[in-house]
Design a protein around this ligand. Structure first.
Ligand code: PHE
Ligand code: NA
Length: 500
């Protein structure tokens, strides 16, 4: 057994945790979610979600990792043998996410190169779907591999392998210490530029204008919780894994607050930048901001290229800044996702880090090729929707319920966290985890199921939903249970309960 790795410094850990949290979701998800759910008024449910679920769960995951010093399956096993399966389930969710998250980063790599000379031309939409993705005509068709995507995808994986192979402090920490500050600087330059464009003020007005009526709508609160779960990377073992590499003396509670607020700060910055740019575009086209709002792949790879086309100068430069920001934000998140299962495999099967990186990494690479086919985008869309709305939310719900109610773990975690932290957590923390979060997540799950029984997501064909959505969710649960039935190859490791 290799000696357990550690972060080189507290700063390094925070960079890595924030690097995981700050991802594509901050840039392309948050602005539109906030806008559509009440604009300025959204900040109320959003803040509420951070305080009642985001930070409490972050503290819980940080504490579990720090106290039990293992990957999710091992740490949960040490809490209670019967909890191990949850860890594997979460690892399988991470595994699924990384297979398509890597593909989106590959597109961003391509677009960084296209930015030189704004090669997407005057119709970025048909350029993306036609020239770049070579999208199949109908959802559900697979077609063949698209070499133009496969090449950057293999590059993304090669970088990931290298960083993980180098290990926690020499690989992950080092990368984050370079990528995260660079990302902030690059993105800041874009935001400042966007704010000085004509129409920026209209965009910001649209973004911040509060629609107070909306906060009485349950949908808005669900959106706030959904954003926080995704954005903070909580509910599927990522933060737990990272905190298992903390030195024994580490201020857990403070780290959680810093991580959460740094992530929200970047989200707000992105909201301002994106809406200033959208205001500029609306102004150019003489339409209302409302008509140009978009999110996700469309925002990043269609709308932004159009905006960059219209820039009064240095178009290529701002293109590079924007897409490189996506690459950097994405890479630091991807690496955190892959590390969760690398750590689990390494411990369960008692293999070296290199072996764990190679076996699980190559498997993930092969599966990710499915999303680099002509039909890849449809699969990506379905898998992403289901894994986020059912996988992550359900695993998060099961996590809090198991720990708070079944294994009555909160008191032990509370005293562990408080013993090493300046800021103490108390009754509010336990109340949020055992009552508020389960009720809200339970409601979210119920509402999601109801929605999906009513109609197929995006009107996609039922078999695509079955294979891409349901099957993936079911397989990850069953797979998690099966993996937990296998014994640990590292006995010594499972016995030395709580070192700290
Ligand atoms: N938190 C990241 C974001 O906001 C997304 C992410 C998802 C990160 C899954 C890790 C794992 O984009
Ligand atoms: Na985020």
């Amino acid at each position: 057994m290799e000696k357990r790795q550690q972060w080189g410094s507290r700063y390094g850990f925070i960079m890595a945790a924030v690097g995981s949290a700050v991802g594509l979701g901050n840039i392309w998800r948050f602005p539109a979610v906030a806008y559509e759910n009440g604009g300025g008024a959204f900040f109320l449910p959003y803040l509420f979600a951070i305080l009642t679920a985001g930070i409490p769960i972050l503290i819980m995951e940080f504490t579990i990792g720090h106290k039990y010093r293992g990957s999710a399956p091992l740490s949960l096993f040490r809490i209670n043998k019967k909890a191990e399966w949850l860890g594997w389930w979460q690892l399988l969710i991470s595994f699924v996410i990384c297979t398509y998250y890597s593909v989106i980063i590959a597109w961003a790599v391509k677009y960084t190169i296209y930015s030189f000379g704004t090669q997407w031309g005057t119709d970025p939409g048909s350029f993306l779907f036609g020239d770049v993705l070579k999208l199949a005509e109908k959802p559900g068709q697979i077609g063949g591999l698209v070499p133009g995507i496969v090449v950057p995808l293999l590059f993304v994986w090669a970088v990931t392998f290298f960083v993980l192979y180098r290990g926690v402090s020499k690989g992950i920490e080092k990368l984050n210490k370079i990528f995260l500050p660079t990302l902030v600087v690059m993105f800041f330059i874009i935001v400042v530029r966007a704010l000085t464009l004509d129409g920026a003020a209209q965009g910001l007005n649209a973004f911040f204008k509060p629609n107070w009526n909306m906060i009485f709508d349950g949908k808005v609160w669900i959106a706030a919780y959904g954003q926080i779960f995704f954005s903070l990377s909580i509910g599927f073992a990522i933060m737990l894994t990272y905190s298992s590499y903390l030195p024994k003396k580490s201020d857990i509670n403070n780290n959680a607050f810093i991580t959460a607020f740094a992530n929200s700060g970047f989200e707000l910055l992105a909201g301002i930048g994106v809406f200033a740019a959208l205001g500029f575009m609306a102004n150019q086209q003489g339409v209302a901001v409302d008509e140009v709002v978009s999110s996700g792949i469309g925002l990043a790879f269609v709308v932004f290229p159009s905006i960059i086309n219209e820039f009064p100068g240095m178009n290529g430069f701002f293109g590079v800044l924007f897409f490189l920001s996506l690459v950097f934000a994405g890479m630091t998140s991807l690496i955190s996702i892959v590390e969760t299962f690398v750590a689990g495999i390494q411990e369960k099967f008692n293999v070296s880090r290199t072996k764990a990186v190679l076996t699980s990494g190559i498997t993930a690479t092969i599966i990710s090729l499915l999303f680099a086919t002509n039909g890849g985008l449809y699969f990506l869309d379905v898998v992403d929707y289901f894994i986020n709305n059912f996988g992550v939310v359900t695993a998060g719900l099961v996590e809090v319920v198991l720990i708070a109610w079944f294994f009555k773990g909160l008191n032990g975690l509370q005293s562990h966290a408080n013993a090493i932290s300046d800021l103490r957590v108390g009754g509010w923390w336990k109340f949020c985890l055992s009552v508020v979060t389960p009720i809200i997540l339970g409601y979210m799950m119920f509402d999601n199921i109801r929605q999906n029984l009513k109609e197929n997501y995006e009107g996609y064909p039922t078999d695509l939903i079955m294979y891409g959505g349901l099957l993936v969710v079911v397989v990850s649960i069953v797979g998690g249970i099966l993996l937990s039935l296998k014994g640990w190859k590292t006995n010594k490791n499972t016995e030395q309960k709580k070192e700290a």
